[in-house]
Design a protein around this ligand. Structure first.
Ligand SMILES: Nc1ncnc2c1ncn2[C@@H]1O[C@H](COP(=O)(O)OP(=O)(O)OP(=O)(O)O)[C@@H](O)[C@H]1O
Ligand SMILES: Cc1ncc(COP(=O)(O)O)c(N)n1
Length: 289
């Protein structure tokens, strides 16, 4: 009895194996030794959403809930070698990129993603919550020209939307304008402009090039929002890897991050990480409402 129940829970069905549709997601990002952001947060999120996670490191970051103390960018040859290791063996159904600090790194990643028919989620990580810059100034141009046009969806917060569009993004109207520029001028397939940095409700705006969808949840009054953007975009990647539509994936990711923030453990002396397991506590949480 025990044997069969374990098998049911942890192993894909014969059907899933046959269909080769055991969902696989890949994150290409930096690290966070305290586990709240970067590839650590991405892999936790993939796993919680029952997607097999793979990860490629771009930079090793010495950071915690109080800030970033040092960053080591991996040699370009190591980035290329990791990409070859993965793509020569296991094909992901969705690829997510987070922190990619230099233009050279972005060009290497873009050349591999371009050759893939896969969903690509770009989290345009630029500045950590602590204020530390995680990307070179000149890399922003490469992010816009090489990576962004490949994205199925891009998930800028307000400062990142400003950096991408060159215009202030402070109000909902600004968010709408920025969303149109990011899709129609910069070439992203779709965009979620995240309103975590605004006052009032946690208001995100999803734009797919045709219609706007407002995703609004009550703002949680907490300082523990380290890695919220990483976790949110990783959740979108997981849901797309499972075959859900873009709108359903974004809705599920919104629910996931809301619970992760609401049930934070408050770890660390600064801005603590979210609780990637929180969704398990909500019995029968709707997958997509
Ligand atoms: N205090 C909060 N309460 C509820 N939702 C929040 C809160 N802060 C952020 N969010 C939500 O978390 C998600 C991530 O948005 P946010 O603006 O924090 O991204 P970010 O700045 O890129 O995150 P980070 O840089 O910390 O990884 C969005 O869905 C946003 O609405
Ligand atoms: C490797 C990595 N990627 C992304 C972030 C942004 O997260 P936050 O804005 O919460 O610091 C980070 N701090 N570290």
């Amino acid at each position: 009895m025990m044997e069969s129940s374990i098998k049911e829970i942890f192993y894909p069905s014969e059907e899933e194996i046959k269909m080769n549709r055991f969902p696989v997601a890949l994150t290409i990002a930096g690290t966070d030794p305290t586990g709240g952001a970067g590839i650590q947060a991405d892999l936790k999120t993939f796993q919680e959403l029952e997607v097999y996670g793979m990860s490629i490191l771009t930079s090793v970051v010495a950071q915690n809930t109080q800030g970033v103390s040092d960053i080591h960018h991996l040699p370009l040859s190591m980035l290329a070698a990791q990409l070859e290791s993965v793509f020569s063996d296991i094909q992901p159904h969705a690829i997510k990129t987070g922190m990619i600090a230099t233009a050279e790194m972005m060009e290497i990643v873009a050349s591999r993603i371009k050759s893939k028919q896969t969903q690509y989620i770009m989290d345009p990580v630029m500045v950590a919550t602590s204020g530390h810059h995680l990307i070179d100034e000149q890399a922003v141009a490469s992010l816009k020209e090489s990576l962004l046009p490949l994205a199925t969806v891009v998930t800028p917060n307000l400062p990142e939307a400003e950096a991408l569009t060159g215009s202030p993004v402070k109000t909902v109207d600004d968010m709408r304008e920025a969303a149109k520029v990011i899709v129609h001028d910069l070439g992203a397939g779709s965009v979620v402009v995240k309103g975590g940095h605004m006052e009032g409700d946690a208001f995100d705006l999803f734009y797919d090039g045709f219609s706007f969808h407002e995703l609004i949840t009550p703002r949680i009054n907490t300082r523990h929002t380290h890695g919220t953007g990483c976790t949110f975009s990783a959740a979108i990647a997981a849901e797309l890897a499972k075959g859900y539509t873009l709108l359903d994936a974004v809705k599920t990711a919104k629910q996931f991050i809301q619970l992760a923030i609401e049930h934070t453990w408050g770890l660390g002396k600064g801005n603590g990480p979210t609780n990637h397991m929180a969704h398990r506590r909500v019995k029968g949480a709707a997958k997509n409402d």
